[in-house]
Ligand binder design. Structure first.
Ligand SMILES: Nc1ncnc2c1ncn2[C@@H]1O[C@H](COP(=O)(O)OP(=O)(O)O)[C@@H](O)[C@H]1O
Ligand SMILES: [Mg+2]
Length: 347
């Protein structure tokens, strides 16, 4: 396979490339980024003389076509037009159909680079301007039913005329108001919100708002806000700064974690379970109220007594040695219980 550098210099005479422009029309100046999905080059458009950025679409296996992340990025970027969102100009092809690049307006910086290299941090009033631009981009995409899902400083570009440009829509997707079952494996760890860390597949635009909060904090203190080393450590850092969730700070928190564990339970079932498990004893449901809970009136209705199943006896004969075998006074745990214990200690 030819390197991109070779392709820039030794492309064959004009090829039939459909409506796409050819890589031959561009002169490479420098490689400026090596991202997750491909390299980014600073190049000069030979026709217009303009400096543009070309992002290579990395094909994991040539035979499998363009990766869905790049297709998504192209489709979504095509539909967007906002001063704070990086402008996609075109799709460019090299000498083979598998050599594909996305052409973007060129921005002089990524905010990560500025923060890494700058001695004088942004002033608070400059940070305000940056945040207003970021929030304006988010407001724009959210109103078009798009979640970015990968906010971080390296995905925020900055032009020397003071404009912030939201970039890298490789993780972005359109969301729907109805059924959602999104991948929890999104958002770079340090910018990942608690609901995703807790395994939610039902998240939405607040994911990006959390990212904006992390960016705001990082711009102010010039250090990442939550530099977690693992998912568990990430949550720990978040709770250290913001406190552990409680019914005031996150009224739905317990309902939320319960619904993750008991995915198939109806809203009434979850309501009953959470009220029975209320941490505050004064808030815990009474048996009387529980008996009248709507969960018991909805389908599947409680099985009538005479239709309940019958099993051979499962009682284990009493053995007085149990108490000395373990300090709990309970019989030795069954295989099922051992599995649950090992699962909970792994979490
Ligand atoms: N339009 C652009 N102008 C200047 N630099 C860019 C541009 N687009 C990307 N870059 C640089 O390349 C890096 C990787 O690009 P990005 O779109 O985030 O790709 P990836 O999905 O691989 O992370 C960015 O962090 C930035 O430094
Ligand atoms: Mg990126």
């Amino acid at each position: 396979m030819h390197s991109v550098e070779e392709q820039f210099s030794t492309l064959p005479p004009r090829l039939q490339l459909g409506t796409c422009r050819s890589l031959r029309d561009f002169q490479q100046i420098a490689q400026i980024g090596e991202g997750t999905y491909g390299r980014v080059y600073k190049t000069k458009d030979k026709q217009s003389g303009k400096i543009v950025a070309l992002k290579q679409v990395k094909l994991e296996q040539e035979m499998c076509g363009i990766p869905s992340t790049s297709l998504r990025e192209i489709m979504i970027l095509k539909s967007l037009n906002h001063p704070n969102i990086v402008k996609m100009n075109d799709v460019i092809v090299g000498d083979r159909a598998t050599d594909i690049f996305i052409e973007f307006e060129y921005c002089e910086h990524a905010l990560s680079g500025i923060l890494d290299q700058l001695y004088h941090p942004f002033t608070e009033s400059e940070i305000k301007q940056l945040m207003l631009q970021l929030l304006s981009a988010l407001d724009y995409i959210h109103s078009r039913w798009i979640i970015h899902r990968d906010l971080k400083l390296s995905n925020l570009l900055y032009t020397n005329d003071g404009n912030l440009k939201l970039a890298d829509f490789g993780m972005a997707r359109k969301f729907e108001s109805r059924v959602r079952d999104y991948s929890p494996r999104v958002v770079t760890l340090w910018f990942r919100p608690p609901e995703i860390l807790l395994g939610s597949r039902n998240y939405s635009t607040p994911v990006d708002i959390w990212g904006a909060g992390c960016i705001f904090g990082e711009l102010l203190q010039r250090l990442p806000l939550f530099p977690g080393q693992s998912e568990f450590n990430q949550l720990d850092l978040i709770f250290q700064l913001l406190g552990t969730p409680n019914n005031t700070s996150w009224p739905d928190f317990f309902r939320h974690t319960l619904s993750e564990r008991f995915r198939h339970l109806s809203p009434n079932g979850l309501d009953l379970l959470s009220q029975l498990l209320s941490l505050d004893p004064s808030q815990r449901m009474t048996a009387h109220d529980a008996l009248h809970h709507p969960y018991f009136q909805e389908n599947p209705l409680p099985t009538p007594l005479d239709q309940m199943p019958k099993y051979p006896s499962t009682n284990i004969p009493y053995r007085p040695t149990h108490k000395t075998e373990n300090q709990t006074g309970l019989p030795p745990p069954s295989q099922r219980v051992l599995e649950a214990i090992s699962k909970s200690t792994k979490q």
